[in-house]
Ligand binder design. Structure first.
Ligand code: KG4
Ligand code: ZN
Length: 361
């Protein structure tokens, strides 16, 4: 089975070919990701119109490169899988329409993929993980804990009631005058900072409601920064370190709760697994916190390689293979319309006022 994947839901234009032969481990034959960071940096965040135009300009070449790199011709591909949501609708239209055109011209089936499903199934591509497992998705647009029970069978256990975690990093960076994207720059500044200088709140810590919240923390950072302005480099470093410590602590509390619930709901597993996905999973302080938490709770901690944790098309191609293999690919066909919002779990009700209006997934 060979699937061409296309991803354009935010600011990466990506295409990939993934293959699965019999019972052998799946193989990523090509994985091309063009980041638009430079185009958006001047604006301190992703500008939807610029993103859509950049996708239009780049996508043909990226698809061609992905096919060339994989040494697989379009004829040899079994299906085209494209991200159809959630995300910025301009980019989604570009990716999905291109995929539909390629599929129609080549006489191949089209599979419309939920971007979040791509993140959710990546650990099966990289680590051959069996169902069920627990997923922590921490990106610029999402902060969710999901019980991954099977292909197309996801249960959201927690989500953010306000900002996504990556968004909190990005906004904190912006407040402190650090460049976009904020996450890596906050982490870098934090290495020379004192995590105990500012006692920032740990939102939701100890709450019986399983969800996340980060906007109060962001406000606390703003107040602390305003109170001591103008900020020296050391002040910035201390704020970043204290912010990161608060985030790691709050996250650890929320995830710890979910691990306990997973044990209760899936008692048969001797060593269950927690998988992390999303750009924020690159953060070493957060990773270390989760690693310790997992080892104390007897969970395996699985962090796929960074380039498969952040947005890419290999995860979309792989989700296409999973759907083909499970026989559930034909519900998402050529008449599929892009969805800027598309919850992975259609059963759990959305939280009031929650979720992203726009940008990253
Ligand atoms: O998964 P991703 O590349 O894109 C989507 O959101 O889909 O995640 C990007 C987010 C940004 O908010 C970025 O600031 C954050 O991940 N990020 C980090 C780090 N690297 C990226 N946050 C904290 N620490 C990092 N090292
Ligand atoms: Zn993503």
């Amino acid at each position: 089975m060979r699937v061409l994947g296309i991803e354009t839901s935010c600011d990466e234009t990506a295409a990939s070919v993934v293959a699965l032969d019999g019972t052998a481990a799946p193989e990523i034959l090509s994985n091309i990701v063009l980041s638009q960071i430079e185009e958006h940096a001047a604006f301190g965040g992703v500008v939807p119109e610029i993103a859509a135009r950049a996708h239009v300009e780049a996508l043909d070449g990226i698809v061609e490169a992905a096919l060339a790199d994989s040494s697989v011709s379009l004829d040899e591909v079994d299906a085209i899988a494209a991200t159809a949501g959630p995300g910025l609708v301009g980019g989604l239209i570009v990716g999905l329409m291109t995929a539909k055109a390629i599929a129609a011209a080549a006489g191949k089936p089209l599979i419309a993929i939920n971007h979040l499903e791509g993140h959710a199934l990546t650990a099966r591509l990289t680590d051959g993980l069996d169902f069920p497992y627990l997923l922590l998705l921490v990106s610029g647009g999402h902060t969710q804990i999901v019980a991954v029970r099977g292909v197309g069978d996801y249960q959201r256990w927690a989500t953010t009631i306000d900002d996504a975690l990556g968004e909190a990093f990005d906004k904190t960076a912006k407040m402190l005058g650090l460049p976009y994207p904020g996450g890596p720059n906050v982490e870098k500044a934090a290495t020379s900072g004192d995590p105990r200088r500012f006692a920032f709140p740990r939102p939701m810590k100890g709450s019986a409601q399983p969800d996340f919240s980060f906007s109060g923390l962001k406000t606390a950072v703003r107040q602390a920064a305003t109170a001591i302005a103008p900020l020296s480099d050391q002040d910035v470093a201390d704020i970043c370190a204290s912010f990161q410590a608060a985030v790691a602590d709050a996250l650890g509390d929320r995830v710890g709760r979910a691990l306990a619930r997973f044990r209760q709901e899936f008692p048969g597993q001797a060593k269950p697994a927690l998988v992390v996905a999303g750009g924020v999973a690159a953060n070493r302080t957060i990773k270390a916190t989760l690693e310790t938490l997992c080892s104390e709770a007897g969970f395996a901690f699985i962090a796929p390689p960074q380039k498969l944790c952040t947005d890419n098309a290999a995860m979309i191609a792989w989700a296409g293979i999973e759907r083909l293999r499970a026989g559930i690919a034909d519900e998402n066909t050529a008449d599929f319309v892009p969805r800027s919002r598309w919850p992975l779990d259609s059963v759990s009700a959305p939280l009031v006022g929650s979720g992203r209006r726009g940008a990253k997934a």
